[in-house]
Design a protein around this ligand. Structure first.
Ligand SMILES: [Fe+2]
Length: 196
């Protein structure tokens, strides 16, 4: 059975200080592109399956391209979900705070680590991931959308650090200005809800 992923509506996300509504609208448009392309690739692959082309180079190549689009779709949904004007602090006494202290010793050390990851050169993502087996968390760098994801680990927090995340508001060299705006908008109540 074939099905299409829907474009989720994040249009209510606006009014974030330092991150313009126009910037968010452009970013949502890019997100829609990932949904569209993921669906198109999946349909083309299904057509190849139906036409007996599964041994072709094209079938292999489209399968290799699919994770870029699919992870792009999923990570943007996680990112928009964990943004909110004014943000939300890490809930006191919650599961997320417990895991943060367990791993980093303090909330401040966790934030410092996440910022260091988010400042890495290149385009990608800074993620807080949780190992479902141990419960441990870690901040990880993901190149593009698909390189560096740990299979089966849960994304507790997603921070987009592709230049398109700030290119409407700031120059390519001004990632720091974007980070200054986006960190106060992180919704850690959402991270808490994703934590085991
Ligand atoms: Fe993005």
């Amino acid at each position: 059975m074939s099905f299409d992923y829907p474009v989720r509506d994040f249009s209510a996300l606006k009014g974030i200080p330092g991150l313009s509504d126009e910037q968010l609208a452009v970013h949502r448009k890019l997100y829609e592109g990932y949904v569209t392309n993921a669906n198109q690739l999946r349909r083309e692959l299904d057509a190849m399956r139906a036409n007996g082309q599964m041994g072709s180079l094209a079938f292999a190549e489209l399968n290799r391209r699919l994770p870029f689009e699919l992870d792009g779709m999923v990570l943007h949904e996680l990112y928009f979900e964990n943004l909110k004007p004014g943000g939300e602090p890490i809930p006191k006494g919650g599961k997320f705070e417990k895991r943060v202290v367990e791993r980093f010793g303090s909330v401040a050390a966790y934030v410092e680590d996440l910022k260091a990851i988010a400042k890495m050169r290149g385009v990608g993502w800074a993620l807080t991931l949780q190992d479902p087996n141990t419960g441990w968390i870690e901040n990880r760098w993901i190149s593009l959308h698909q390189d560096g994801n740990v299979a089966g680990h849960t994304v507790l927090l997603a921070l987009d650090v592709w230049e398109h995340a700030w290119s409407v508001d700031h120059k390519p060299t001004e990632r720091a200005k974007y980070l200054d705006a986006v960190f106060p908008a992180l919704d850690f109540a959402v991270a808490e809800s994703r934590t085991r």
